[in-house]
Design a protein around this ligand. Structure first.
Ligand code: GLV
Length: 310
């Protein structure tokens, strides 16, 4: 019997790590990297950042895995309805996001960006240290990444709240749900963290009105997607001191053009979409578990609801 093919189409260097892990953990599957020149009918599973434009060439494809936490880069209309879709929900990507957001929140809380500027100006000036309990954190999105982030920030003593479209109950986190609850959530948020999926409902959500509902001097951390943010609105809010600073891991487009104002803005810290990365060692375990779930008719970890868009 010819082995079923697991096809990988993403960063080839990390793909080589996936290949070694598949050889060790799933020798019964034939692992192949894109471009694939074998028999398309053997491809049962595909892991991709951006899938091939025409998936109809794989008549037996059963599951399409995103190698990232998001699936907004997929054009759902081109993916046959019979193919199950899964986001990447694996311990390595979760830990990476917890590290990044904690770093961002502590940098804002402890005025790291100000001290960097003061050092450049040879200025020795202590600012008042405020306790964590005086800095209210608000996370938009309450998925797996957000819940892990909130658990860590709570542990550091920050008052934590979360907002999402559907209602949640999380220990030690004030949970807000739906558009009607957004103003109350924003009014109590000093550091706003965006961890939302990008959908038609969340595109451009970080806009003028939203910034105006935050307390004056609040800060923004965007680890969602670039199109969540209205860039002009952010510049205006920073200039008007409605917002004090922004730490952005994502932007639109990526990378920004060289003359984009975000690069040199004194109150913006930009990182090149590195907040978190899928870790092959842990991701392959989740993928193999998901293949088993699929074979035995169980719900996949990270299963995408096409109607919801994530
Ligand atoms: C990166 O942004 C991802 O979706 O994993």
């Amino acid at each position: 019997m010819t082995a079923e093919v697991f096809l990988y189409k993403a960063d080839p260097v990390r793909g080589a790590e996936w290949a070694a892990l598949f050889r060790e953990k799933a020798p019964q599957l034939a692992f192949a990297q894109w471009p694939y020149r074998g028999d398309p009918a053997r491809v049962r599973y595909l892991a991709a950042w951006v899938p091939p434009a025409d998936l109809s060439c794989f008549p037996n494809l059963e599951v399409l895995f995103s190698v990232g936490a998001g699936i907004d880069q997929f054009d759902l209309s081109t993916i046959p309805p019979r193919v199950a879709l899964a986001r990447m929900v694996e311990p390595g990507i979760v830990k990476g996001m917890v590290e990044y957001v904690t770093l961002a929140v502590l940098s804002l809380h402890r005025e790291w960006l100000t001290y960097r500027d003061q050092q450049r100006a040879a200025q020795w000036q202590a600012l008042r240290v405020h306790p964590a309990r005086s800095r209210r954190i608000g996370v938009m999105g309450l998925g797996v990444l957000a819940q892990a982030v909130l658990g860590q920030l709570r542990g550091l003593g920050f008052p934590c709240a979360g907002w999402s479209r559907s209602s949640h109950t999380l220990e030690g986190v004030e949970c807000y749900a739906g558009a009607d609850a957004l103003p109350a959530f924003l009014a109590r948020t000093d550091v706003l963290i965006c961890l939302l999926p990008l959908t038609n409902d969340t595109r451009g959500i970080l806009d003028r009105r939203l910034f105006s509902l935050l307390p004056r001097g609040a800060a923004l951390v965007n680890c969602g997607r670039g199109p969540h943010l209205d860039q002009e609105a952010l510049l205006e809010a920073l200039d008007a001191q409605q917002l004090s600073s922004a730490i952005l891991d994502v932007c639109e487009p990526e990378p920004l053009p060289a003359d984009h104002p975000f690069w040199r803005h004194p109150q913006i810290m930009l990182t090149p979409h590195i907040a978190s990365m899928t870790q092959p060692e842990t991701a392959v375990d989740v993928i193999l578990d998901n293949i088993e779930r699929h074979r035995t008719g169980q719900v996949l970890t990270g299963l995408v609801d096409r109607a919801r868009g994530y």
